[in-house]
Design a protein around this ligand. Structure first.
Ligand code: GLC
Length: 427
């Protein structure tokens, strides 16, 4: 198998845990119609603040409860929006008044979050929005809520991006000095244009230097638009077709996804995926050497709503019996051909292969190829460790003819779980 590209941070834990919780939480949980609501509806600061900043008071917020739910779902790390594009800060930043401690809730929501999740063994990641629709010196660009303002040009002349840059660097410094060991810095938003805008606006190079100096082990994502200064890449709302590579090396990757479309709490969205689809997505990620960072947008009262709780509960039920095929696992060696309607994962330390059966065949599953014939020692269902007999049924022998391989003799009825897994002990 070709080599994995490792950045400067400590990625060893990251490629083992596989499943994380993304949190998008801010004032946008009050309008409850997407975290880009300010952009979509072109809402100026005064209106947004008058309506939402003044009313933000998540009275049911209990991060211990969140950590408990996430842990039961099988998640091992978390990334939270310390500040999203709207500019509002969940922590008690000394560099702005636009923060949770100045809303009616008067709490450093981030500190409580970090304490609770750390206590429950989670690795901690901070999402930080590089763009800022509230800061008076952030340039009004094509995404800004004031982009159609008749006096946009004039307003921009009064803005000084270098002041915003200073603010951004200062805030990241605060986040990386006042909350203990931080495992991930998840910067967003990246301007993909060739003109270097974004990267230059934030002075990404010096920003990264500071970050690495403050927390040398930290993992950085790839949204600072620097060619080589990142630890992992972040495909959004998709699972790559195959393990992504760069210059012949496999990249460390994490797919971030929502249950539905919006990252922030969205009351009326009706396109929520089923738990089974989420489980399959997680398996798909691990089968290609990646992680899944699954997002929750808590409500304005500070809760995971019923749709989240129902789904995470079900994901957790599956993980309770099957996490051996997820944690410490990765893509299976190429010598093992992927059987029909299945996904494979592999644990190199245990020397085991995991066959995830997405569509249950009747009685037999063929594992085709010499490697299966030569290397399979024993097989069992992961959920109850009942033996799966390895045989070559006469009827099947005729079907596959001279082909190499083995046949697994399955129970005729699919085990009572969304995705059954067969654990194979290799020689
Ligand atoms: C996008 C969106 C944003 C979300 C992020 C998560 O960049 O702007 O709302 O936070 O993706 O990956």
């Amino acid at each position: 198998m070709d080599e994995i590209r490792r950045g400067k941070g400590d990625c060893e834990w990251f490629i083992k845990v596989r499943f994380g919780l993304f949190i998008h939480w801010g004032l946008y949980s009050l309008p409850a119609r997407h975290e880009w609501v300010r952009h979509r509806e072109e809402i100026p600061n005064e209106v947004y603040d008058e309506k939402y900043f003044k009313r933000f008071n998540p009275d049911l917020y209990n991060p211990e409860e969140w950590a408990f739910i996430a842990k039961r779902a099988g998640m091992k790390y978390t990334v939270i929006t310390t500040k999203h594009h709207e500019g509002f800060c969940l922590w008690d930043s000394k560099l702005t008044d636009y923060k949770a401690t100045n809303t009616p809730c008067k709490r450093d929501l981030l500190r409580e979050f970090v304490d609770a999740f750390r206590k429950h063994g989670f690795k901690i990641g901070f999402y930080y929005s590089l763009i800022d629709w509230h800061h008076p010196h952030f340039t009004i660009d094509k995404f800004h809520p004031l982009r159609n303002h008749p006096e946009k040009e004039k307003l921009n002349k009064e803005r000084d991006m270098s002041k915003y840059r200073e603010y951004l660097h200062g805030q990241i410094k605060e986040l990386l000095t006042e909350y203990g060991k931080i495992d991930i810095l998840w910067a967003d938003f990246s301007y993909p244009g060739p003109d270097g805008k974004g990267r230059d606006d934030w002075d990404s190079e010096n920003l990264v230097k500071m970050v690495r100096q403050l927390q040398p082990h930290i993992l950085l994502n790839n949204r600072l638009d620097l060619e080589d200064e990142f630890d992992f890449i972040t495909p959004e709302q998709v699972v790559p077709y195959q393990w992504p590579t760069k210059d012949g090396k496999k990249l460390i990757w994490e797919s971030c996804q929502t249950f539905s479309g919006s990252w922030g709490y969205h009351r009326d969205e009706t396109t929520w995926r089923d738990p089974e689809e989420i489980i399959k997505t997680l398996i798909d990620c691990v089968s290609k050497g990646g992680n899944l960072l699954l997002n929750v947008g808590p409500t304005a009262r500070g809760e995971f709503d019923y749709r989240v709780r129902e789904r995470l509960e079900k994901v957790g039920e599956w993980m309770f019996y099957h996490s051996d095929s997820i944690y410490n696992c990765t893509q299976a060696p190429e010598e093992f051909k992927v059987p029909e309607n299945c996904k494979l994962t592999y644990n190199s330390e245990k020397n085991r292969l995991y066959v995830h059966i997405f569509s249950w065949p009747y009685k037999f599953l063929i594992l085709e190829g010499k490697s299966y014939k030569e290397r399979v020692e024993y097989a069992q269902l992961l959920n109850d460790r009942s033996e799966i007999k390895i045989g070559l049924d006469e009827w099947y022998k005729k079907q596959i003819g001279e082909k190499d391989g083995i046949v697994l003799v399955l129970p005729p009825i699919k085990p009572k779980t969304s995705v059954p897994v067969i654990e194979i002990f290799l020689k």
